[in-house]
Design a binder for this molecule. Sequence first.
Ligand code: C2E
Ligand code: CA
Ligand code: CA
Length: 626
Amino acid sequence: MTTRNTTSNFGLTRRLFLLILAINTLLLPFLLWGVLYIVEKGYEEKFIDNAKTETYLFSKHAANNFQTETLRPFFEEAALSGMITYIQLIDVNSKNLITIGAPSSPEKILNDSEFGQNNDYTYYNQLKVIDFNGTDKGTLIIGFDELPTLRQIQLAYKRGLYITFAYIVLTLSLIIFLRPKITALTKQINEQQQELAYRAIHDELTGLPNRNYFSNKLKNSVESCSKDGSPFAILLMDLNFFKEINDALGHQVGDTVLRHIASRLLETARPTDVVARMGGDEFAVLLVSAGPAQAVAFTEKLMMVLHKPIVTAGRTLHIGPSIGIAVFPDHGRDSSTLLRRADISMYTAKQNGLGYTQYEHGLDMNPIKKLTIGTELREGIQNDQLVVYYQPKVDLTTCKVYSAEALVRWEHPRRGLVSPIEFIPLAEQIGLIEPITLEVFKKTLWQYRSWEAKGIYVEMAVNISARNLQDETLPDQLINIVNQLEIDPSRIELELTESAIFSDPDRAIDILKRIHTQGFKLAIDDFGTGYSSLIQLRRLPLSHLKIDRSFVRDMIHNENDTSIVRAIIDMAHDLDMIVIAEGVENQATMDKLKAMGCDRVQGYFISPPLSAEKFEQWLMNSNWKP
Ligand code: C2E
Ligand code: CA
Ligand code: CA
C-alpha cells in the first residue's frame, strides 16, 4: 500500500514538473509574441499619425503659398530629410504642377490606407489643398518612406526572439539543474511519510504489525466474513514466565526471546494470516478461513514450534505460551466480543496450565454469575427442572423413524426453557455434567419404556460429554440403569464428540471399550469439527458416525462442503460404520445425501426436537411413522 502511494507521489511531482515546463516553454513565448505584435501595431500607428500630420501641415503651407517657384524648393528640401520619398502637387484641373521623386502608379497611391501595403515600402497620403478662404486649389500627394519603421519593427522582433530563446535556455537549464534536487526532496518526503505510516502500524522491536493494525484487520475480516459467511479464527498468546526471564536475565535477553517468538509465529502462519505483537509479551494471530478445527490444528502445530528451546547469551531457554482461541462466527460476531473471548480463553489456559483453550459458552461469565447459575442449576437438577426433548432420526432406505435423540432443556422458574448450549459447557466446568448425564439417561430410558408400552418402538440416543469419559464409574452406572429397567442396551446409542474422545484418548478408549462390551451402540458426534484421523477412529469400537450439521447446512450451495460430506460417507463405509447426517433442513439436501449413499438423516426438515408428548402426536400423523 505504501509503495503504491510513493509511485503516485512521484507521478504527481513529474506531472507538476512537466506542467511548469510547458508553461515556461510554450505559454510565455506565446505571450511575448503577443506583446511584440502590440508593439508592431504601435509603431505602425505612430508612423501613419505622423504621415497624416505632416501631409496636413504641407497642404496648409501649399494653400497659403500657392506658387510653383516658391513651393518647389520647399518640397525639395523636405524630400531631402529622407522621411519623404515622393511629392506631387496637382491643380484643380488635374494639371501636374510639381513632381519630386520617382512617380508611382495612381492605383498604388489611391489604395494605400495601411502600413506596408502594395510592397513598395512607401505610404502614400493625399489631401485637398484648400486656402483660408475655403478655395480648393488642387491636391497634394506625399509618399512617406516605410523602411525605417519596418526596420525598427524587425529589430524589435529580433530582440524578442533573442529574449525568448534566452528565456527558454535559462528555464531548461534551471530545470535540469533543479530536477535531481526536487526528485531527491520528494523522495525524502515520501520516505519520511512511509516511515511514519509504517511506525503507526508496526512494532519496532519485532517488525510485526502492532495492535492498531491487528484491530483494523480484525474489523475488516468481521465485515467481509459477515457477508460471505466464511469463518476465521483469532489466537491471543502470551508467554509464561516472561516477566521472570526479563527481570532475571535482563531486557536484552527478553528482546531476543520476543524476536525469536515473532519469527517462529511468522514461519508457522500462512502468508495470508496476520501475525501481530499486541504489546509486551502478547502476540495475536488472525487465521483466515479457519473454523474451530483448523484453529486447533494450527495451535497444536504452533505449540510444537514454540516449545523448541531458544539459545541466547549462552543460555538455553524453554518458553511456554498460553493461547486463547475464538472463532468467527461461532464465538462472536463482532471484533470486541471475539477479542474479549480469546482473552478469557487465554487466561483460562494460563490458569489451568493447559497450553491453549478454545472459547466455549459460559467461559466469559463472571465468577459471581457462574456461581449463581451453578447453584441454580444444582437446585434445578434436584427439583426436577431438567426436561428431555426428542428429535427423530429417519432411515433413508425404509423412510421410517428408527430412533430419537434425547436433547436436554432446563425449565428455569424465571428464565423459561434454557437451551443446553447455555448450560452444558458451564456444567462441564463446574462438575455438574455427571448428574445431568445420568438424569437425562434415566429420563430417556423411562420414556423408552413408556413408548414401548404404547407400541411405539424407537431406539434412543443420549449425548455423553467429554468430562463423562474421565469418570471410571460411568460404564457401571449406565449398565445399572438399563438392567433396572430391563432394556436391551443395543437399543441405546451413546453420542460422543470427537474432542471428547481425543482430549485424553487412552482413558477414553478404555471406558468406551467397557461401554461397548455391555452392548451399547456408540456414535461419533459432530464429526468433521475435530481433527481426528482415520487411524485414530479405527482403534475405537464405534458403529455410527454423525456428520456435523455445519457441513450439511450449505451442502446444496457449497461444492467444498459436498466433497467433504462425500469423503466422510465413503470413509465411514470403509470402516463399516453407519452414517447419519444431522442438520438436514430441506428436501434437496435429503435427496442429495441419499444419492451419495448416506444411511440416515436428522434435522428440522423432518422435525425439530419435541417434548415427549408432542413427539407422540407428531409421530401419529407423520409420513415417517415406524
Ligand atoms: P448436538 O448433539 O449436535 O445436537 C443437535 C443439535 O442440533 C440440537 O440442538 C438440535 O436442536 C439441533 N438441530 C437439529 N436439527 C437441526 C437442523 O435441521 N438445523 C439446525 N440448525 N439445528 C438442528 P440443541 O438441542 O440446542 O442441542 C445443542 C447441543 O447441546 C447438542 O448438540 C449437544 O452437544 C448438547 N446437548 C444437548 N443435550 C445434551 C445432553 O443431554 N447431554 C450432553 N452432554 N449434551 C447435550
Ligand atoms: Ca448429539
Ligand atoms: Ca451433533
